[in-house]
Design a protein around this ligand. Structure first.
Ligand SMILES: Nc1ncnc2c1ncn2[C@@H]1O[C@H](COP(=O)(O)OP(=O)(O)OP(=O)(O)O)[C@@H](O)[C@H]1O
Length: 329
C-alpha cells in the first residue's frame, strides 16, 4: 500500500483498445484535499484514465490507487471512498429526482431515516429540492448534471472524480457548478476533474495535468504553463497609418519578428524582452516616422500556451509496440 498523503495515484497506467493506445504509461499523484484539473483534447485519454481510477476498467499494466488501495485489488473499498461523476448519466422514464436519489441511497446500503437524510442533504446541496418531484428524463442539461453530482455525493465520499462535468452547460449553470465544486473542496474533499477547456478549470484548480495522445505532457499550475520554457512574449502595436508600412518596417528591423498582421497594426516578437529592449524598439519606430498609437506587451493566453505545448516535439504521438496491443474492450 502506498502512502495516503496522495488520495489518487496513477502508476505507469497503460490501456489500449485494439491498435489505439488510449493511455500510455501515465503516472501522477493527486494530494489529499487538492483540486486537480485533467485537461486534454477530445480523445486524449481522460475518460479511459478516470475509468481505471474509478474501478470501472482495468489497466493492461500499471496501477491505480485511491487512498493507497489498488483499484484492481480493493474495488469495494475504493467505491466506498469515491464519488464518480460520469460525463453522462442514465435517466429513467417515470422516475422522479427524489426516487432516483433514493434508489441510489438504497443501493449504497442506507436505510430508513439515514437514507431520507442523505437524499435530503444532497438535494439541498445541489439545489434540487424544489425539483424533487420532477421526472429525471425531463431535466435540463444543468439540472441533470446537478442530479448526477448529487448521486455521486450520496455516500459523502472523500474523493471525487468528475468527467467533464461542465460540458454542454450554459454560462450560468457553469458558474453554479463551479460554486458547488468550490464548496466540496472547502469541505476538504479531493477533486479530480476533467475538461477539454482550459479556462474552465484554471480558476478552480490547485494544479493541472495535461494529457495528449495518452501521455501526460505537463503537470503544474496554470502559471507554470504560461511561463514555461520557450514562452513567446509578444507585443501589440497599433499604427495610425496603413498596416503595410509597419509590417515592412518589422521585416527590415534587426531583433524584431513580425508574428502576424492584425486590424490596424501588428503583433510582433522581440529577440530580447527586457523593458529597455522594448523601449529601444519603440524609440526606433518613432524615429523612423511610424505614427505608433499603441505599443504594449501582451499577456500570454493560457489557450495559446496549451496549443504551443501540444505542438512541441515532446507531445507527438507515441508509437504502439505491436506486442503491447490488446484486444478491443
Ligand atoms: N471502449 C473503447 N473501445 C475502443 N476505443 C476506445 C474505447 N474507449 C476509448 N477509446 C479510444 O481511446 C482514446 C481515448 O479515449 P477517451 O475517451 O479516454 O478520451 P477523452 O480524453 O476522454 O476524450 P473526450 O474528451 O472526447 O471524452 C480515443 O482514441 C478513443 O477512441
Amino acid at each position: 500500500m502506498s502512502t495516503t498523503k496522495n488520495a489518487i495515484v496513477a502508476e505507469n497506467l497503460v490501456r489500449s483498445f485494439g491498435p489505439v493506445r488510449a493511455v500510455n504509461n501515465v503516472s501522477f499523484e493527486v494530494p489529499v484535499g487538492s483540486v486537480v484539473g485533467f485537461i486534454g483534447a477530445n480523445g486524449a485519454g481522460k475518460t479511459t484514465t478516470m475509468r481505471m481510477l474509478a474501478t470501472l476498467d482495468q489497466p493492461d499494466s500499471g496501477r491505480a490507487l485511491i487512498n493507497g488501495y489498488d483499484a484492481a485489488v480493493y474495488p469495494d473499498r475504493i467505491r466506498d471512498a469515491l464519488g464518480w461523476m460520469p460525463d453522462s448519466y442514465g435517466a429513467y422514464d417515470g422516475v422522479t429526482i427524489v426516487e432516483y436519489l433514493d434508489f441510489y441511497a438504497r443501493a449504497l446500503g442506507f436505510t430508513k431515516a439515514d437514507r431520507v437524510a442523505r437524499v435530503k442533504d444532497v438535494m439541498d446541496f445541489t439545489g434540487l429540492t424544489p425539483l424533487a418531484e420532477r421526472m429525471t428524463n425531463k431535466l435540463s442539461k444543468g439540472q441533470g448534471q446537478r442530479l448526477c453530482l448529487g448521486r455521486a455525493l450520496i455516500h459523502d465520499p472523500a474523493v471525487m472524480i468528475m468527467d467533464e462535468p461542465a460540458a454542454g452547460l450554459d454560462p450560468q449553470a457553469r458558474v453554479e457548478l463551479k460554486r458547488l465544486i468550490r464548496l466540496l473542496a472547502d469541505e476538504g474533499k479531493t477533486i479530480f476533474i476533467s475538461s477539454h477547456i482550459l479556462a474552465e478549470l484554471s480558476e478552480m484548480c490547485d494544479s493541472m495535468l495535461f494529457i495528449n495522445n495518452g501521455e501526460i505532457i505537463h503537470h503544474g499550475s496554470a502559471e507554470s504553463l504560461l511561463h514555461g520554457a520557450g514562452a513567446a512574449i509578444t507585443y501589440r502595436v497599433q499604427i495610425a497609418d496603413t498596416v503595410d508600412r509597419i509590417a515592412a518596417w518589422c521585416e527590415t528591423s534587426p531583433g524584431v519578428t513580425l508574428v502576424e498582421e492584425i486590424k490596424g497594426g501588428v503583433r510582433l516578437a522581440l529577440d530580447h524582452n527586457e523593458p529597455s529592449d522594448a523601449a529601444a524598439v519603440l524609440r526606433r519606430m518613432v524615429q523612423d516616422g511610424l505614427p505608433v498609437s499603441e505599443f504594449h506587451r501582451e499577456a500570454r493566453k493560457l489557450e495559446d500556451a496549451f496549443i504551443e505545448m501540444l505542438q512541441s516535439p515532446a507531445a507527438s504521438p507515441p508509437p504502439v509496440p505491436a506486442a503491447a496491443v490488446t484486444a478491443d474492450a
